[in-house]
Design a binder for this molecule. Sequence first.
Ligand code: ADP
Ligand code: MG
Length: 479
Amino acid sequence: MNDKYEAVIGLEVHAQLKTKSKAFSPDGNAYGELPNTLIHPVSLGHPGTLPVLNEKSPEYGVKLGLACSSNITRFNTFSRKNYFYADLPKGYQITQFDTPICTGGFVEITTEEGAKKKINLTRIHMEEDSGKSIHDQDPFHTLIDLNRAGVPLLEIVTEPDLRTGREAYLYLMEVRKLVRYLDICDGNMEEGSLRCDANISVRLKGAKEFGQKVEVKNMNSMRNVQRAIEHEIERQIAAVEAGEEIFHETRTFNAAEGTTTAMRSKEDANDYRYFPEPDLLPLVIEDEYINGIREQLPALPGELFEKYTKKLGLSNYDAGILTENKEIADYFEGVIAHTRDYKSAANWVMVNVKSYLNELAIEIDRFPLKPAQIAEIIALLNDGKINSSSAKKLFAAWVESPAKNAVEIAEELDIIQSAGKDEIETMVKAVFDNHPDEVARFKAGEKKLQGFFMGQVMKVAKGKADPKKLNQLIQKYLS
Ligand code: ADP
Ligand code: MG
């Protein structure tokens, strides 16, 4: 990038909410059903039908707002945003215009350099999705699937705080993590349940004014959002350098070529003829309601990250992996409820559990062992009942028959270092008594005899003594 310039980026993210029914009607909200099977008359915009608000929309809006430290709007109204489009049968979209359910707040990202950066939010508002036009299945016609018409959305708009494609990528990762932790959206960009439009402008470094922004749409992965932004920045800089004007337009991203092309000139708000939706009453949100939601909020990834690094002493890397998704974090929380050896707990979850999941390509909800069982393996190890290579054997056998108990399996595998501390002490003493010469030589400085004593005791213990403990004992008695 030409370093005379700096890019300014603001994102508009649409999150499809995980609700059973649509935003204003009772038809189902589901992805991948047969086209045009989830179509209640309200979604089809039939005359005489009336919308009824799905109570989950504001609930999820408040959840997200609280998680982002936004202000929650108490007096909410809905508006009609008018435009004609074949996949919008009513001819208008119900949205929130001047009273978005949340204002302000932020999402924090950790930049490549490791610095924390707050990306401020302008607003989060409730609205409904349109249907889907399908252009690539029939050579002469555009097909329409109205299953998506009326699906509830939250639109999350940032301030123009982002500066690079990478920052936009990191922001989206955080937003996806957040909506998944909150269980309000499945965050799947490929299926379109999380969509992102990027507003991009460039200006000379140090300039106070923003440049003319261009909106880029149709990126179906986080990686493509980054690519589209990086390409668009280059394109705008080249245009400015060539003395060309940047137009206020909407461009579409072509993933195969990695380029953006002009789609249409951008409408202004007054082109949409926003007006208050007369069919919906204002929605008043009370403190009690907000507090109720606040109490039910799960621990959020940022909080867990703090806890793992500051309180449990784990590395940033470990904490990052453990908080990547809520299910893994929940599992880890389960393990540390049963052990205080946090570092071992982290290792077992990140290494053994995760590689098992990867191998079988399953999610943690199908992992056969309970968190307490992992803690039990750690306890057996720490008590010296098994050694680390036996622990792996125990793990491998236990996932095959999780209903058995640990000791049962360990005995089957014959891996218990059964000799307890007292027993080992007796064995050590017996070995010393039987080898007075070697003891004398050791005391005279022949330190390599340590190995000889180890071997002798191990022979008596049939290999089931914890080598570490045994070593300590021998040292203790001989010094
Ligand atoms: P519009 O009315 O065109 O949709 P908004 O003011 O609602 O514009 O802003 C939409 C998004 O564009 C926001 O995320 C905002 O931060 C971002 N944005 C606004 N101005 C600029 C700019 N000059 N360059 C880049 N992004 C911008
Ligand atoms: Mg906008």
